[in-house]
Design a protein. Structure first.
Length: 237
């Protein structure tokens, strides 16, 4: 069923129409919406997003809805590393409450995870792809705050963000950028705009993604600090 709130319905339709689907592909716009709504403090609206999506023709079968659930859940799992556990947990509870029994999805994506050398290397490799030479000063800060260095490599990137079995690298960065920007974090927003460019998202598409995030921000009546734009970090790419 469509959301009963006309502003929420307009939000979904506007993001869907404005998202750079032609270049980034179908079924990615709602990753931005879910991450942004959850990060900005509206996790209960995850249920409305899910119900809206299930009315679309591509999710007309139970099998398709189970794949959808897996992708939405992965957005929220990755969001734990960006915004903490409570809001993503609230969002998944809200989605589960409106999911039909035949559409429930029982897979477990990280049952074989180990905090081992392979995890460390996978996290480090993805960090290097996104940050490159910009990682060095961050690591130097971590030299005197080693707990955060360990969390970054082994957990944030090793466990969460370098796992691309369900959401690929571009999709993961859509989740990360959205979740960071709505928390009013200009410096880290700039880092992940730069990361988006480094993994192949065009400057024009980065701007389009930011405008979609801003639609969620406007819907939530939240005021953010001035945010960097893709053109501002282009010289670092």
């Amino acid at each position: 069923m469509p959301p009963s709130n006309p502003r929420l319905l307009a939000l979904f339709e506007n993001v869907q129409s404005q998202f750079p689907t032609a270049t980034l592909g179908e079924e990615k716009w709602f990753l931005v919406v879910l991450s942004a709504l959850t990060g900005i403090g509206k996790p209960n609206l995850a249920a409305d997003l899910y119900l809206y999506l299930t009315q679309l023709p591509q999710y007309s079968t139970s099998g398709a809805r189970q794949i959808l659930i897996r992708r939405l859940r992965e957005v929220l799992v990755k969001s734990v590393s960006i915004i903490g556990v409570c809001r993503p947990l609230e969002a998944i509870f809200c989605i589960d409450a409106v999911t039909k029994e035949e559409d429930k999805e029982f897979s477990y994506s990280r049952q074989d995870w180990k905090c081992d050398e392979a995890n460390h290397q996978r996290g480090t490799n993805w960090l290097m792809k996104l940050y490159g030479e910009n990682l060095k000063p961050i690591d130097e800060t971590f030299d005197s705050h080693r707990d955060f260095g360990w969390i970054s490599r082994e957990i944030t990137y090793g466990l969460y963000l370098s796992d691309h079995h369900i959401l690929d690298g571009v999709e993961t960065e859509l989740v990360v950028l959205s979740g960071i920007m709505v928390q009013d974090l200009p410096k880290m927003t700039a880092w992940h705009l730069r990361a988006c460019r480094r993994i192949g998202i065009s400057m024009e598409d980065c701007e389009g993604i930011q405008k979609c995030i801003e639609l969620v921000v406007d819907f939530a009546d939240v005021k953010l600090s001035p945010m960097p734009r893709a053109k501002d970090i282009e010289h670092e790419v």
